[in-house]
Design a protein around this ligand. Structure first.
Ligand code: IMP
Length: 440
């Protein structure tokens, strides 16, 4: 039996969630904690995610697979909240095997309830973006919006349907008609045929088949058996469909509720919620970004932090850390600890900015307004703290880090109301500072 804490939650079950616009460095954090975990679960999103893990100088990027696949003893789940591109899945399994990871049906499980991304979803995603012109969202073009829309409209095709030929044909026929009509409406010339999509499905379903199972039932058994579980979030709180700056969001709940809905592990069972935040802010794609630095400093941060999308290669917009947005993300998720990443990128700055409020038409506000036009008019109120000159060494205690850095961390904690327990100062596993033994 699982050992519950006072509230019924267990410290053995931890969620790792992005607190900004994605790209906070969740992949490295999941990989670090996976060393002591039995199970790692991808909960929502799809191949729009790109989780980067660096091990021994080698870089691994997962889009579909949980970041736990780099640990031999870990059981990895792609749960029902994820949308699966079987072609991308096969490519990733093949790549990780080639590079020495053990990826087998004994340590990787894919939900039979997960929805499937077809090539027409991607084309509709890209076509809609092209048609929007200036107003485009800046999606990753991976079909995420259209496939989640199909799911909600109850016309989607799930992994289980891939293996029932008649059902597959029926669902594809309807899906293709609709995609073609959407493409025609967008003025795009490309059309899909049900036969072509059927061939595509048959080509890729065999690679998926050995991994497919009822992940809900298996995960319940893992919970009851007391497994140490990591729930790997994708994207970040400010891209959440409900809480983010709609419509400049992704099409899933990227926050704790999405983790539960997407896996079957209940919110009350999750004892640790680690929120990952970069020491500055970045976002790819369009939409409001009040603390954005559009000049030379933003460019310098982009170059020093190598801020280019791991899925699309797009340059990321960079800005000061937004403590208003961070406080909001912490409240949404019930974050118990903050993992601060990449403060090393700011080393050498004379002063470091933190956005502590917004100015909206001359009024100071500390909440994110719902109105799209108001969001665009937000101006940042920046508080500057002294920067740190010295290298942030990961081989000594926290107390030996530069005093200015420690003050910056203390200021963040006061602003956000959650402790910073882990600090990542480089891409490698070793480049990490654990402030307390219990943070591991
Ligand atoms: P979509 O998820 O591809 O529909 O894109 C919607 C928005 O979310 C765009 O601004 C994307 O750039 C952003 N987005 C989606 N996935 C990620 C991610 O993993 N990291 C950062 N941004 C993302």
């Amino acid at each position: 039996m699982r050992q519950p804490g006072k509230s019924g939650s267990s410290r053995e079950i931890a969620a790792i969630l992005g607190l900004q616009w994605g790209d906070e460095g969740k992949g490295k954090v999941v990989d670090l904690l996976a060393a002591r975990a039995d199970v790692v679960v991808r909960c929502q999103g799809g191949s729009n995610a790109g989780h980067t893990v660096k091990v021994g100088g080698e870089t691994f990027i997962t889009h579909m697979l949980p970041s736990g696949v780099l640990h031999a003893g870990t059981r990895n789940y792609v749960a029902h909240g994820v949308v699966i591109d079987p072609e991308q899945f096969a490519a990733e399994v093949e790549e990780f095997r080639r590079r020495g990871s053990r990826v087998t049906p004994e340590n990787l499980f894919v939900s039979d309830r997960a929805h499937v991304v077809f090539p027409y979803h991607k084309r509709v995603d890209q076509g809609r973006e092209a048609a929007q012109g200036e107003k485009k969202i800046g999606t990753t073009g991976r079909g995420i919006g259209p496939v989640y829309a199909d799911k909600m409209r109850r016309v989607g095709l799930r992994v289980a349907d891939l293996f029932e030929d008649e059902m597959l044909d029926d669902l594809l026929a309807a899906g293709v008609i609709e995609a073609n009509s959407t493409l025609a409406g967008l003025g795009a010339s490309e059309r899909f045929s049900p036969d072509e999509m059927r061939r595509w499905a048959l080509q890729w379903r065999d690679g998926l088949r050995p991994f497919v199972t009822d992940t809900f039932a298996r995960l319940r058994a893992e919970v009851e058996g007391g497994a140490r579980i990591i729930l790997e979030g994708a994207q970040g709180a400010l891209l959440d469909t409900d809480y983010g700056a709609y419509p400049y969001v992704t099409s899933s709940n990227t926050t704790l509720a999405g983790v539960s809905a997407g896996t079957g592990i209940r919110g009350g069972e999750i004892g640790r919620v680690l929120g990952v935040a970069k020491a500055y802010a970045t976002r790819v794609g369009a939409g409001p970004f009040p603390s954005e630095l559009s000049g030379a400093l933003g460019d310098a941060i982009r170059e020093r932090g190598r801020e280019y999308g791991s899925t699309t290669g797009r340059p990321r917009r960079c800005g000061w850390l937004d403590a208003v947005a961070l406080r909001y993300a912490i409240a949404i998720n019930g974050v118990t600890e903050i993992v601060l990443t990449k403060p090393d990128v700011l080393t050498g700055q004379e002063r470091v900015g933190i956005c502590v409020a917004y100015d909206l038409d001359g009024r100071r506000v500390t909440d994110f307004p719902a109105s799209r036009s108001a969001q665009m008019r937000l101006r940042p109120v920046i508080e500057f703290v002294p920067g740190w000159k010295d290298h942030l060494a990961s081989n000594g205690p926290y107390e030996r880090l530069p005093a200015e850095f420690q003050e910056y961390v203390a200021r963040l904690e006061r602003l956000c109301g959650a402790p910073v327990t882990i600090i990542s100062v480089g891409a490698e596993r070793e480049e990490t500072i654990f402030r307390a033994a219990g943070a591991r």
